[in-house]
Design a protein around this ligand. Sequence first.
Ligand code: KG4
Ligand code: ZN
Length: 365
Amino acid sequence: MKNVNPVSSLQSPATMLVLCIESSCDETAAAVIRDGREILSNVIASQVDVHARYGGVVPELASRKHVEAISVVINSALEEAGVCLEQIEGIGVTRGPGLIGALLVGLSTAKAMAWMLDIPLAAVHHMEGHILAPMLEDAPEFPFLALAVSGGHTHLYRVDGIGKYRTLGQTLDDAAGEAFDKVAKLLGLGYPGGAVIDRLAQCGNPEAIAFPRPMLHKPNCDFSFSGLKTAVLQHVNKYQGVNKCQGVKKCQEPIDEQHTADIAASFQEAVVEVLTRKTLRAAEAEGLSRIVVAGGVACNSGLRTRFAALSKKHGVKVVFPSPVLCGDNAAMLGVPANYYLENGRHADNRVNAVSNWTLDSIGVD
Ligand code: KG4
Ligand code: ZN
């Protein structure tokens, strides 16, 4: 987050200040973006502690927490940016995909504000925000390949420009982040688990356990992670001696700390190998030399290191947003929102939230 002197925000001529609002899952977020490029503020209120005790996001709780937080978060974003509401010239908001109740809190707030201030509204696809987030930093040129890896998505997109996306492949079952979270849960590491597995993996041996590499040898761009999660479960059960007939757990050989770290490292290695190799193959097939890796799982240190090593060998440039722009945030909506507002692609005030929405169908209702 960045504090900007209110006077300096007003000085540069012909600027466009956009307020962005994101509430698709368990983060209530607001940001003020200047000209679709400069982050004046980026405020995120996480609900992670609320959901942790349930081992995952509880949709109804998420909606209620968004209702409680949204005004506070928007006011903080304006204050940090040093701008007042009357200076905002447009609003960008996540329309979907996500939890419908959660989305409706951000979208209803954005619609009400746009109507009250008589300014245009841009309805943005959540994944569009994720994959364009690097343009707030070291802008990659179009076209590029985007690997979007989060709690709900593992998608490969060809990106030819803002609003020009084609899905090349996606997970057939669990998303990569979901697999990280489920494996963390079964190892007793809490929720969300991606960052914990990442840290633990650094003390483990990635070759200790030969977990499967799902879909690696299939010549398409699809992924699958549920079998890998089951392989981890079977490994854990083998060591904990789960007796299915009697339904009792006999601890034959307890899984100690080092073994847990080895499981984490070996699981992460399997995910990283599949993601990197399939992405590089897709880039080659599409003739693309630039790759963007985005979404919460793009924080993963193993994924970053492997892509950095392989990019030289494959002659491609791989761009990761800074960690604060990888997880859910509102600043990432700034690039597409600004573009749509400037190009007159305003959302109608009757626009509704959509829980399932493919990026390819943007602009098609
Ligand atoms: O993009 P995001 O914040 O929310 C969604 O749109 O889903 O992604 C959240 C996901 C969670 O599954 C979380 O465990 C995962 O990103 N994640 C990580 C790491 N940090 C967050 N996965 C692996 N390694 C990390 N360091
Ligand atoms: Zn996300």
